[in-house]
Design a protein around this ligand. Sequence first.
Ligand code: HEC
Length: 144
Amino acid sequence: MLPLVVVLGLFFWPFIDRNPVRNPIKRPAALVSGVLFLLVVFSLLGISFKNLYAVPRVDPALVRGRTLFSQFGCAGCHRIHGEGGAVGPDLSYVGDKRPEREWHLQHFRDPQSVSPGSFMPKFPLDDKQLNDVTSYMLGLKRIS
Ligand code: HEC
């Protein structure tokens, strides 16, 4: 509604304002509305930039970890928020249950070493992949 009013106002302005004087000092109404217009434009710009920077940045390691999770077929045994198998524990909130990075690293290198009797297979993950999957696991938390 408001933009329409402004556009229509601009369109009809030459018919409304018939004042031929061009010196801005002698046209206070035009000067003030011009300045107000610029103020509105720049404050809206400011607000949108502020919102842009307020968007939480996702850790890229976490994103790579999520990709590895599907590449290695972890979802065949593990469920995350309703998706995946139920052979292993549900991992939706595993970051709350097991918040230590070391535990996960050790577990991925050799599941039996921290969970005796576990039948979760060892995966051929290099150090970077280990870190990425672990970051993904640690990020699976309830929002507090
Ligand atoms: C063949 C089925 C199977 C596959 C495939 C599998 N897991 Fe598991 N996972 C298990 C079982 C069973 C457990 C429970 C015993 C244990 O802690 O090792 C488990 C435990 C876990 C735990 C600890 C959960 C807890 O609540 O303590 C994490 C984290 C985990 N798996 C992550 C993964 C990731 C990441 C992958 C893929 C790289 C994967 N798993 C692939 C079967 C599997």
